[in-house]
Design a protein around this ligand. Structure first.
Ligand SMILES: [Zn+2]
Ligand SMILES: [Zn+2]
Length: 380
């Protein structure tokens, strides 16, 4: 599918300012964010598309290349996990790193900014989780150990050597931000920027903690339990809040985004919430009919093969498929009948087949022979 023009996607002019680009993206991203539109694939597509456009147009260099060469001039930064196209996780990362603050801010849930809020938030982590169809059928709780930056207990995340307390940043007097006031004929302008000396924390450390070198955090890991609901599919994701890297000097932790990947099954094929299973049967079963036990995702079930069934016929076993993610119905299991041809015959078996071969009943109505018979008058 041809990619849409990035400016069209964001609904902006080609000479839009950085601010207009940001505003347009923010509006679209909020409208189409997957958390606000659960299960809505088209909203998810719009969200991804807008995020990709924003990712390019917000970067002056990329924007220049895009303006000059179009999509060919842009290679979206490779996803560290699979190097694939710009996907949902990239879009979520764009959204979260978009300078809009956290989710709380963007959806209007954030309260007043306290000293703690101003501390830098730790990075989000993303991981892929491969699940078997059987696990998807029932839902599963997975325990995983996440390697991440954790709080340094030596200094209690202050970054200061024991015995030396962090002191108030002299540049901002502990405010964490610097106000520059300028005057003009139009009045007074106040420009507020984050204090670079203390990174907004309002505190500085003179004697560093040796374990974390003043960062307030160290490498570590943490085990979490992740409850995965039944019916998930590749590309679905779960956000585990507060399980990402902790922020420097006691800043709040980022999130962990778990992206679901479905493992290929040896026997079952998934089609939405239906499960397809190819059922091989013998010549005689096909001709005479039979009762057959077939495997399902949660055990087995019996199915009637009607006499005279054809290869390729699909039999439907209601509600033997996967549960839907958002309601309590299940998909079906579909059996694709395949008549299996024996490859070795004993002398006796061969004799029986040779006997059968003589019967007109054994010949398919659209056999090559019958086609030739019908076409005779046409070509000769
Ligand atoms: Zn420390
Ligand atoms: Zn400061």
């Amino acid at each position: 599918m041809a990619k849409r023009d990035y400016y069209d996607i964001l609904g902006i002019e080609r000479n839009a300012t950085a601010d207009e680009i940001k505003k347009a993206y923010r509006k679209l991203a909020m409208e189409h964010h997957p958390d606000k539109n659960p299960g809505d694939k088209s909203a998810e597509e719009r969200f991804k598309e807008a995020s990709e456009a924003y990712e390019v147009l917000r970067d002056p260099q990329k924007r220049q290349r895009y303006d000059a060469y179009g999509h060919a001039g842009i290679k979206v930064q490779a996803n560290p996990f699979d190097g694939m196209e710009f996907d949902l996780s990239d879009a979520l990362r764009t959204f979260m790193s978009g300078g809009f603050g956290g989710f709380g801010d963007i959806f209007g849930m954030g309260g007043g900014r306290s000293q703690r809020d101003r501390k830098l938030r730790g990075a989000d982590l993303q991981l892929k989780m491969a699940l078997a169809l059987e696990e998807i059928a029932t839902g599963v709780v997975k325990k995983i150990r996440i390697k991440k930056q954790i709080k340094c207990n030596t200094c209690n995340a202050t970054g200061a050597k024991s015995g030396s307390a962090p002191s108030t940043c002299p540049d901002c007097n502990g405010a964490g931000e610097i106000r520059n006031v300028s005057r003009s004929i139009f009045g007074q302008f106040v420009n507020i920027t984050t204090c670079t000396r203390c990174n907004g924390s309002g505190e500085i450390v003179k004697d560093y903690c040796m374990d974390c070198r003043g960062d307030g955090r160290i490498r570590g890991d943490h085990e979490v339990e992740i409850e995965i609901p039944a019916g998930v599919a590749t590309g679905n994701y779960l956000t585990i809040q507060g399980e990402g890297n902790v922020g420097p000097k006691g800043g709040p932790a980022g999130d962990v985004i778990v992206i679901i990947e479905e493992k290929e099954h040896e026997y079952f094929e998934r089609n939405g919430n239906d499960i397809i299973y190819e059922l091989p049967i013998s010549f005689s079963q096909a001709a005479l009919g039979d009762k057959v036990k077939v495997p399902t995702l949660n055990g087995s079930a019996e199915i009637d093969i009607t006499p005279g069934i054809q290869s390729g016929k699909i039999l439907r076993m209601r509600s033997k498929g996967l549960p839907h993610l958002r309601h309590h119905q299940r998909g079906d299991q579909l059996l694709r009948i395949r008549v299996w041809t024996p490859t070795k015959l004993t002398k006796d078996e061969r004799a029986i087949f040779e006997q059968l071969q003589k019967s007109d009943n054994m010949r398919p109505p659209k056999s090559v022979k019958s086609v030739f018979e019908k076409l005779k008058g046409v070509f000769n």
